[in-house]
Design a protein around this ligand. Structure first.
Ligand code: FPP
Length: 238
């Protein structure tokens, strides 16, 4: 009696663009009786590990939420600490250059510290020719703010009412010419979008988990991607 082995025909599909809300740093620190700053430091380390892992598995686009337009409401000490961690990341060019990661910042950078703005530009310029992961870091980013910014750019370029199309708005967002995110991951037990990529995520799949961001490891990302593979994306069709 011949033994028929089932042929594995379905290969895992990697989303083209994954977006992550790096949430839960504060609670991670609190659980360990540490200051919130320790949570952000652990979150930053984890961000670097996950970005490196995404690059290794061949992901094309990763967008992370580092600081929102609403995060300025936090105590000044915490905001300063996040900016300090961000600056340290920028100063360490090997974070993107040696890794062949192309880094881009999305959000309104005009209000950031001039030295941070300079470092941001320097890292974008230095990594422009990288062929690996395209990493978007959202900093002073808000989805509504981004749409307002896009419409203003169109008006400033003398666009007529009929020129304001979905395509024209997409091409004036910070993510112009990039594919929309396919998969949005939010750990930490919160189930909201928090003004993140609200235009681009119209047809994205979502994945939520109770894991706090500093504890979110490559194996968790793999689980999320497995779940993505079980989704049936119809984009409004049948
Ligand atoms: C959300 O957790 C996290 C933030 C608002 C800041 C994220 C910043 C980093 C990971 C470090 C800097 C980034 C880079 C790119 C180097 P939360 O503070 O809201 O946590 P909670 O909900 O538990 O209080």
């Amino acid at each position: 009696m011949p033994i028929f082995k089932r042929k594995e025909t379905t290969e895992r599909i990697l989303p083209t663009h994954i977006a992550i809300i790096m949430d839960g740093n504060g609670r991670w620190a609190k659980k360990r009786s540490l200051p919130r700053t320790a949570g952000h430091a652990a979150g930053s380390k984890n961000f670097k590990d996950i970005a490196r892992y995404c690059n290794k598995i061949g992901l094309k686009y990763l967008t992370v939420y580092a600081f929102s337009t609403e995060n300025w409401k936090r105590p000044k000490e915490e905001v300063d600490n996040i900016m300090k961690i961000f600056k340290e990341y920028l100063e360490d060019a090997k974070n993107f250059k040696d890794e062949n990661i192309q880094v881009q910042f999305i959000g309104d950078r005009s209000v950031l510290d001039p030295e941070i703005q300079r470092l941001m530009k320097e890292s974008e310029d230095a990594s422009r020719d990288a062929t690996g992961l395209h990493l978007n870091i959202a900093i002073n980013y808000g989805g509504r703010d981004e749409i307002v910014h896009a419409v203003r750019s169109l008006i400033n370029s003398n666009a007529k009412a009929e020129d304001i199309t979905e395509e024209a708005i997409s091409q004036n967002l910070y993510t112009a010419s990039q594919p929309d995110p396919d998969f949005i991951i939010r750990p930490s037990g919160e189930y909201r979008l928090s003004n993140y990529l609200i235009w681009q995520s119209a047809y994205a799949e979502y994945w939520f988990s109770d894991i706090l961001w500093p504890d979110f490891k490559p194996k968790d990302l793999e689980k999320a991607i497995d779940e993505y593979n079980r989704r049936n994306r119809r984009f409004g069709g049948v």
